[in-house]
Design a protein around this ligand. Sequence first.
Ligand code: SF4
Length: 251
Amino acid sequence: MLKELKILKSHGSQYVKNLRAQPVSPIFMGRPVISGFLSCEEREMLCKLCPVKAIHCESGSLDLGKCIFCRECSFALPGKIKFTNDYRIAVNRREDLIVHPDSENPLRLDETHIRREIRRVFRGTLKLRQVSAGGDNSCEMELAATGNVNFDFGRHGVEFVASPRHADGIVITGPGSENMSEALQICYDAIPEPKIIILAGTDAISGGLFTGSPALKRKFIEDHNIDLYVPGNPCHPLTFINGVMDLLGIA
Ligand code: SF4
């Protein structure tokens, strides 16, 4: 018994008290900051270098919905592109995932774009069904972590459930494989109204490295209104948690 208590003491307290302000490792890659002094040659070089075409050739802006966080751009121009460890990068408008040069603005949800019924119905309890549409289990593991004893997202009533019939929304991970296309629709149809859709991870938002693959069929994602985009490759549990808290209006 004494041995077990010693082990527990050595672990310390791992419970995240404040989900809004939990410090993360300085090497974590979150919101990028791009210099406003990129030359034409540098923009062109970055545009060619980025494996997923996340950097715009003319403006030098960086699309977090496409970025796979490989860090190649910041290795190439360490003084001009850096990734901060700001994990609060979830937004509710796709265009807000584009980070422009010389901008240090935090990424936040557009309050005017949040459907009124979301806060009215789901604040205090939100059950989500997670569907992996060709995912590699990385985002899926991070989402599962949101419910562990450290993050304990259940403290705000947000939990993942096994059946869409018990859910209020669908969280999609993976690039959207053709084989899962119909399954996404079936799952969505089984969720009662009102219902929300969240895309978690770069693959779900844009297809990521698999963009253009004939194995993808992203019609479901393209045809539906998306309530929350959670970037990351994979997305960090705190990015997902803070995005959902913003969506629900939890302080
Ligand atoms: S970190 Fe993102 S933007 Fe930079 S090269 Fe990699 S994928 Fe492209």
